[in-house]
Design a binder for this molecule. Structure first.
Ligand code: ADP
Ligand code: MG
Length: 391
């Protein structure tokens, strides 16, 4: 492993006294806005096996037959999530509590245990073998997409049935193993219970939100804002939970709707499907929420965005001349992105493959601007796109 990673591991071991006695840190596997995640071997797995803070049934699910054999010498791997000390205690508690509530599903990565040493909290999860999305998004075939989304929506059906919104669905938070056609949902750092008042959960807003504000103001100071932004806008701003990752946020999140529900996760899943079909990652590259809204407008058109804004009591106006009233179909966008546009000169009209057409039908259900009409995880699992090949 790299020297800098080795140094980081050494520093972590030093600052978190005693962690060495139970875990052998192997590598750093994730570094995000809220945490650093390490792969480690649980040295006392056999000894602690029966003391895990999760119930028997859970343990069986997550222990492979090899691990269950009494004298197994096979190493047992875990993911140690070191939550940054800048996260508020409420936020950390929220994540651990929701993970606890979600136990019992093999599509949500369970919490094995959590420790605190001074101001540092770590969560210990079973290590889940997966592949990096960037390695396969360019060549995943439609039948594999069916399996990917079956697994993702199985996870979301479980999460949503507990009246929990994940709020940050994106490829790095859904660890997928193509060889097993199975994935697990991780990262409940931004998740919340349905109906949580935003004012009350302002404290759970994470680092991204904060860094977003900072970078946004720096951006405003150093760059000329696009001319479509009102110059002296002194209307009071509306407050709503906007936590999540730019590019995966649903229109109602961008429009600061105060009554958001589980359908925001379905939109984000739709963005993943669009990414896979178009072979473009990230598909959206917005600087900020306005930019993100404009990117969606490019696709759905001005008319649809006006209607959508009205649903949330907002008025959408733009003087950018390039937006069409009715936008573009996903078929066309996918053909463009994959360099299969129809050739006007030769008159050759290109079309999507049959199974891509089925995927696009499903995509329309997910990237539906009206959250009330957007498909739910439960219904998605009954959709022909996902039931095919299972009958
Ligand atoms: P953050 O809040 O910092 O985004 P995550 O919980 O999303 O933290 O974890 C960050 C990364 O660490 C993930 O994208 C994944 O690559 C890796 N990771 C997290 N949990 C596991 C796990 N149980 N098994 C394997 N890798 C994991
Ligand atoms: Mg994450």
């Amino acid at each position: 492993i790299e020297e800098s990673v080795a140094d980081d591991i050494a520093r972590f071991e030093e600052s978190f006294s005693g962690i060495n006695s139970r875990f052998r840190l192997i590598n750093r596997i994730g570094e995000g806005t809220f945490s650093t995640v390490y792969k480690a071997e649980d040295l006392e797995y056999n000894q602690y096996r029966n003391n895990w803070d999760i119930d028997e049934q859970e343990k069986r699910k997550w222990s492979s037959p090899g691990h269950r054999r009494r004298n197994s010498r096979r190493p047992h791997y875990v993911a140690i999530k070191k939550i940054y000390v800048t996260s508020s205690p409420m936020r950390i508690f929220n994540e651990l509590e929701l993970l606890y509530d979600l136990r019992g599903s093999d599509s949500v990565c369970p919490l094995i245990t959590a420790f605190r040493h001074l101001d540092q909290v770590v969560a210990v999860l079973p290590y889940f073998q997966h592949r990096d999305f960037r390695e396969y998004y360019r060549d995943m075939k439609v039948p594999e997409m069916r399996l990917y989304f079956r697994s993702l929506f199985t996870a979301l059906r479980h999460v949503h049935s507990k009246k929990i919104l994940h709020r940050d669905i994106k490829p790095t938070n859904f660890l997928y193993n193509p060889a097993q056609s199975r994935g697990v949902l991780v990262d409940f750092g931004l998740a919340e219970r349905l109906g949580t008042e935003w004012q009350q959960c302002a404290c759970t807003l994470g680092a991204e939100e904060r860094s977003y504000r900072v970078s946004h103001s720096v951006y405003a100071q150093t760059q000329h804002r696009p001319s479509c932004y009102p110059k002296n806008d002194n209307r009071s701003s509306r407050r709503a939970n906007r936590a999540g990752t730019r590019g995966f946020r649903a229109p109602e999140v961008l429009l600061k709707c105060t009554q958001q529900n589980t359908s925001i996760d379905m939109w984000s899943a739709g963005v993943i499907l669009l990414t896979l079909l178009s072979r473009r990652f990230p598909f959206f590259h917005s600087q900020d929420d306005i930019d993100a809204l404009l990117e969606i407008t490019t696709i759905v058109g001005r008319k649809k965005m006006k209607e959508t804004s009205l649903l949330h009591g907002q008025v959408f106006e733009t003087n950018i001349p390039t937006y069409s009233d009715n936008g573009h179909s996903f078929e066309k966008i996918i053909l463009w992105c994959t360099s299969r546009s129809s050739d006007k000169n030769s008159g050759v009209k290109k079309e999507l493959e049959d199974d891509e057409k089925e995927a696009v039908e499903f995509l329309y259900e997910l990237l539906e601007c009206d959250p009330a009409k957007r498909i739910t995880a439960k219904k998605a699992l009954e959709h022909p796109f996902l039931t095919k090949d299972y009958e």
